[in-house]
Design a protein around this ligand. Structure first.
Ligand code: FES
Ligand SMILES: [Fe+2]
Length: 419
């Protein structure tokens, strides 16, 4: 039994134990202390725009039903029948006024209330109090710029406090143009034999791997624009509570190497600057993670994704592509294609990443390998709090400062600190 998480994470020394990527006891504790307490991303509101629209997802390993009820209010419930615990809704998404359990037919309205129970008069003698047996709701649900989050913890701070200064960085992805964004196409789901923290930390600030892991893909020249390949400035920013983002320098642009998209991005710079204010003259955020497992990328693909934990050494990637709602239809289509080429299960860059995350998870399974700490010392002591950027910021844009902040937060929550 692990009780001292400080011994696994030494953020002041920049070392961590590889056990956190493979140990089942640690994983069980993560489900309790992190996934059952933190605010977790459910879906974007454009995925459930109409009354009755729903989608099913997970919070940690708990199945969850997100549904806009007939009155238009969005809520989320455990996707578990209250009778004998069957999974209630089996569909990925759809529109329904009610959900009927496949096992014995208990029926719930789309507001979660139990509406009908077969044999309620003869077998239950009219004694079952249906008001007591509605679906279990999440403790809190809220949205920011169309992103719907929920938490199982009634003591968690409000969503806006939880996100804190990271909201400005989210605006860079989701609210840089009038109308915000919309999801295009369906969802990509894939299973990767790796621990959930590896992609979360990678998207949170691993500039180091890009010119090496992705060298072949970069050399094909269709994955990233030439401008990105010459990037030499930017910063890691950690705004607190484990939220981390990698930013390019002012005017930096990370785009697919497609002339129409590059021209589009250049054409909207004035609108972006006026919406995001002075701070956008300092940095251009392009990839980040909302702690614990929601990541966003605005690069060769525009994608947001959830790293759904499925045991200590397995995840499901649930990934969507998104575009500015105000973009012309031909640009939306170009971005959809660029996203599939690079960050889908068969995408050039995604495949590079998956292979490394798998290697990191599985090499640490060895009895002896797991005794030895691994190294997150890059840039240790070369970071400081930057008032303008509202977070801890690395001096040089290639650093592991965000990794250290991510794992510092992880160890605090694992030790039982408040969310
Ligand atoms: S388990 Fe759902 S109706 Fe029996
Ligand atoms: Fe990568």
């Amino acid at each position: 039994m692990v009780t001292n998480y400080g011994s696994l994470i030494e953020d002041d020394k920049g070392t961590i134990s590889p056990r956190i990527f493979s140990d089942n006891t640690i994983y069980e504790q993560e489900l309790e202390q992190i996934f059952a307490r933190c605010w977790l991303f459910l879906c974007h509101e454009t995925q459930i725009p109409n009354a009755g629209d729903f989608m099913t997802t997970y919070m940690g390993e708990d199945p969850v039903l997100v549904v806009r009820n007939t009155g238009g209010k969005v809520n989320a419930f455990l996707n578990v029948c209250r009778h004998r615990g069957n999974r209630l809704c089996r569909a990925d998404a759809g529109n329904a006024s009610a959900f009927v359990c496949a096992y014995h037919g208990w029926a719930y309205a789309n507001d979660g209330s139990l509406q009908a129970v077969p044999n309620s008069q003869d077998a239950y003698y009219g004694k079952l109090d249906q008001n007591q047996w509605g679906l279990f709701p999440v403790a809190q649900i809220d949205s920011y710029k169309g992103l719907i989050f929920a938490t199982f913890d009634s003591n968690a701070p409000p969503l806006l406090d939880y996100l804190g200064n990271f909201t400005w960085y989210l605006d860079n992805f989701f609210d840089r143009r009038e109308g915000g964004i919309e999801v295009i196409g369906g969802m990509h789901k894939s299973v990767v034999p790796c621990n959930w923290k590896l992609p979360a930390e990678n998207f949170g600030g691993d500039a180091y791997h890009v010119p090496w892991s992705h060298l072949s893909a970069q050399k094909t020249s269709f994955s990233n624009s030439p401008a990105y390949q010459q990037v030499s400035e930017g910063a890691m920013v950690s705004t607190g509570r484990g939220h981390v983002v990698l930013s390019l320098g002012p005017g930096g642009m990370s785009s697919p190497n497609m002339a129409d998209i590059i021209a589009y991005e250049e054409s909207i710079i004035p609108e972006i600057k006026s919406r995001l204010g002075q701070r956008s003259k300092l940095v251009t955020p392009f990839v980040g993670t909302v702690f614990p497992n929601f990541s966003i990328l605005h690069s060769s693909a525009r994608t947001f994704r959830v790293w759904q934990p499925r045991g200590p050494d397995k995840i499901e990637i649930w990934a969507w592509l998104y575009v500015d709602k105000a973009a012309p239809p031909e640009i939306k289509e170009s971005m959809r294609l660029a996203g599939i080429r690079t960050f889908s299960p068969s995408g050039t860059l995604e495949q590079d990443d998956m292979d490394n995350w798998q290697g990191c998870s599985q090499a640490g399974l060895g009895t002896v390998a797991r005794r030895h700490s691994i190294n997150l010392q890059m840039g240790l002591g070369h970071e400081s709090y930057n008032e303008e950027l509202m977070g801890w910021t690395s001096d040089y844009f290639v650093s592991e400062s965000n990794h250290r902040k991510f794992y510092q937060r992880w160890s605090q929550l694992m030790a039982g600190e408040a969310v």
